[in-house]
Design a protein around this ligand. Structure first.
Ligand code: UD1
Length: 451
């Protein structure tokens, strides 16, 4: 409650101090929750059941997609996260009415007529670039600031821009801003991606659902979140075939109409809690998951000595014996091992009885958590895209700072098994992706609280 009040007061303060009364300031803004910290007293095995939240990486593009509809949409299972708030703030700024009630969000895009996104809002959420395709398709023009680099290293948008250009968007770069316009309706075309970028695939899908003619995306991303976005759009009246495969075909339609839709469960939150169960020698049941989406991570946990059993939309993970190393984790586009699960699984491997090897193939700067894990006593060496983890007998509590979302979650995973007290700061990163990390972990026996 106090945390929420603080967020509210801080947001109100920011709105007035920044002269941004026109829209609601998202809670993740720098400084908002930086004073919070998690206090973790490690060493308690986790036991019990957890319900898995909706997927952030699905909810965000689906929220953006509501902009394209002629009528309101009702979304369920949207996780209560600062990134979701940031998307809602952008939608409101653009002129949508957005009503959020817990995990349900109603978006009415009828009055949306603004085509720019203020720089403050662009910077708030990394995936805001995906608004570009939707705004251009809806309004025929857009002005957004160039998204900067981020905590994972430079995040280029060349694939997004070249794809949108192929669909007919004229894009001029102007001192950190992208000024875009279209000459009438966008035109479907054949787009070949040199890498199956998740964000670029989403941008193309959003730009092309109402384009004239047919768009084909070759080497499209195959992530479950792409399939979820396609399913939402199809329910709205879009004609999309092949989502989840390497070639997606989109036959443009004149209009799409809002619908009621439930976002898929978050496979990365599930993988994080699996790592927490494994490192503490616990026994957790995760409910409301999609087992198929987690297939890429199961081998790592089984290799680590865990028993993983699945049934319907539930899984049970337990570890009784030794924690074994994971020999070779290579992050790859889906259905490969997800880059987002690399850090939590690495945290797990710090206490394994041997050497684990990680190869990060998606982002060049995704090992920042390793220096913080070392503060807890982990033995990790990083050389370029390779990290070598020599398992240690014990981790010891220490002050650590989250510097990115999944790296932050990895610190919590390690802290749960460390001897003594760990204080985790930088929670604004963790709060971007985990709706209730301390409440979830408390409910299964962890000694963790936020101050
Ligand atoms: C990526 C992950 C996604 C994850 C998300 C959040 C992959 C393939 N994608 O999605 O699973 O949920 O981060 O952590 O694992 N790139 C370019 N030019 C572009 C776009 C991307 O070079 O225009 C490069 C990126 O620098 C990166 C790679 O392609 O090396 C993957 O990027 P992309 O899939 O677009 O990233 P996200 O959409 O953020």
């Amino acid at each position: 409650m106090i945390r929420r009040m603080f967020r509210f007061e801080h947001r109100t303060f920011l709105k007035h101090s920044m002269g941004l009364q026109g829209y609601e300031q998202p809670r993740g803004l720098k400084g908002c929750v930086t004073m919070s910290r998690l206090i973790v007293n490690g060493g308690r095995p986790l036991h019990g059941e957890l319900q898995i939240q909706g997927a952030k990486n699905s909810a965000l593009p689906i929220l953006i997609a509501t902009l394209l509809c002629q009528t309101p949409s009702v979304l369920h299972n949207c996780p209560d996260l600062s990134d979701v708030d940031a998307s809602c703030s952008i939608l409101k700024y653009l002129g949508c009415s957005v009503k959020k009630n817990g995990e349900n969000i109603v978006v009415n895009p009828i009055s949306a007529d603004k085509y720019d996104i203020p720089d403050e809002l662009m910077r708030e959420m990394r995936s805001s670039i995906v608004f570009l395709g939707a705004i251009c398709a809806k309004l025929g023009r857009a002005r957004i600031s160039f998204p900067g680099g981020c905590e994972l290293g430079p995040r280029p948008i060349d694939l997004h821009l070249s794809s949108l250009r192929q669909l007919g968007v004229v894009i001029e770069e102007d001192h950190g801003w992208l000024n875009c316009h279209t000459n009438g309706r966008l035109r479907g075309t054949n787009i070949v991606l040199s890498f199956p970028s998740v964000g670029a695939t989403e941008n193309i899908m959003l730009a092309s659902v109402t384009a004239k003619g047919t768009t084909t995306i070759v080497n499209a991303a195959r992530e479950p979140e792409i399939v979820d976005l396609a399913n939402f759009l199809i329910k709205c009246g879009a004609k999309i075939k092949g989502a989840g495969e390497s070639v997606i075909t989109i036959e443009g339609v004149d209009k799409i109409y809002g619908c009621e839709y439930t976002v898929i469960p978050d496979r990365i939150v599930a993988a994080t809690y699996m790592a927490a169960a494994a490192i503490t020698g616990g026994d957790l049941t995760l409910k409301g998951i999609n087992v198929e989406h987690l297939n890429p991570v199961f081998p790592a946990f089984r290799e680590a000595g865990c028993i993983v059993e699945t049934s319907g939309n539930m899984l049970r993970i337990s570890r009784i014996g030794k924690l074994y190393p994971v020999k070779n984790i290579r992050t790859m586009p889906y259905p490969g091992f997800p880059t987002d699960a690399q850090a939590p699984v690495m945290a797990m491997s710090t206490l394994a009885c041997g050497t684990s090897v990680f190869i990060e193939n998606i982002f060049e700067n995704r090992y920042k958590h390793t220096s913080e894990l070392r503060r807890l006593g982990a033995n990790i060496k990083v050389e370029g895209k390779v990290a070598i983890v020599e398992g240690v007998k014990k981790l010891y509590g220490a002050p650590v700072e989250a510097t990115d979302l999944r790296g932050g979650a990895a610190l919590v995973v390690a802290a749960l098994a460390a001897e003594g007290q760990t204080v985790v700061t930088g929670l604004r990163h963790i709060d971007r992706g985990y709706a209730s990390i301390e409440r979830d972990l408390q409910s299964v026996g962890a000694d963790i609280h936020r101050v």
